[in-house]
Design a protein around this ligand. Structure first.
Ligand code: BG6
Length: 299
């Protein structure tokens, strides 16, 4: 492992260390941005463009435990989203965020640092999902944060899966932000019996617990944040749905790994393929989904 670690580290730009909970953490510090990625779940927990405050939100109450997901940053949800249909014992949001991913390679170019992590079929994955696959995750840390999840079907029959890059964003105050980019779409309202409703206002604002799957949505979302004086853009490809989530007061209190008072400071804008947008992947083919996050200071 020591040899591998030395081959993967990039002096002055990338080091590998034991992070919280003794989990392996990749720390990136470049002239363009700094970031941290845990190999547990291939989980990006920090992204800060140079001279700017953190873009990703992390709970101070998060677990850092091999058996539990990290709360905040960018969990990878795969191969299902939410509860697994017909199996109440299966972990929420799939197993990918609970597994140790291998660091396949690291590189850099013009100040952007690139890390590729991989998760392959194993006895542990087969026990939870009988499919053969290779999932590759390419994280590029530069003036923007780019995350590309590729899933290859390495088996002999078609596979079906859901996936999400569950991006937690830091905001000044959820009551003051608006999200642009989903106006005119229909959404599944998980707060109202999964009814499908139209998003008639151009901007989304928040007045209570919000848990929505916006269907047929491929466009960039912009989080306007007057308190932090910035705009966060989430752009994407290979994704046909978008989840918007804030737990509000009661749900935050009910989650042991989420501080009771933390909910006003975050919003999730998730790049996903879920529900009717689940991916059907024939044998041998690869599906690629990318999310990019960028922060723009405003006046
Ligand atoms: C969101 C879902 O993406 O994730 C919510 O839409 C869910 O329904 C939330 O509560 C958090 O999920 P978890 O499993 O990380 O607590």
């Amino acid at each position: 492992m020591q040899v591998r670690k030395e081959q993967l580290e990039i002096p002055g730009l990338l080091r590998i260390e034991q992070g919280q909970g003794n989990l392996t953490r990749i720390v990136i510090t470049s002239p363009l941005a700094s970031a941290e990625i845990y190999t547990h779940g291939a989980h990006v927990t920090r992204y800060e463009p140079a001279g700017q405050p953190p873009v990703l939100w992390m709970s101070q109450s998060s677990w850092f435990d091999p058996a539990k997901p990290i709360r905040g940053g960018v969990p990878i949800c795969f191969p299902w989203f939410g509860p697994k249909q017909g199996d109440t014992t299966a972990p929420a949001h799939g197993f990918a965020r609970l597994m140790e991913w291998e660091i396949e390679s690291t590189s850099h170019s013009n100040g952007t640092v690139v890390v590729t992590l991989v998760l392959r079929t194993s006895e542990a994955t087969r026990a939870k999902w009988p499919a053969d696959f290779v999932a590759k995750y390419v994280v590029s840390v530069g003036a923007e944060l780019s995350m590309q999840l590729s899933v290859q079907n390495t088996g002999q029959s078609p596979i079906r899966f859901e996936e999400a890059l569950h991006t937690y964003l830091t905001v000044g105050d959820i009551h003051h932000i608006t999200i642009e980019g989903l106006g005119g779409a229909n959404y599944i309202d998980k707060m109202d019996g999964a009814k499908t409703k139209p998003q008639s206002d151009r901007l989304i604002n928040f007045t209570g617990e919000t848990d929505r799957v916006y269907l047929n949505t491929t466009s960039t979302c912009i989080v306007h944040d007057p308190d932090k004086k910035r705009r966060l853009e989430v752009s994407k490809s290979g994704s046909n749905a978008t989840v918007v989530w804030n737990p509000w007061i009661n749900k935050a209190k009910a989650m042991p790994d989420f501080g009771d008072e933390e909910w006003p400071g975050m919003v999730c804008v998730e790049t996903v393929n879920v529900a009717q947008h689940a991916i059907e992947l024939p044998a041998g083919l690869t599906h690629v989904m990318t999310a990019k996050v960028r922060s723009w200071p405003t006046k």
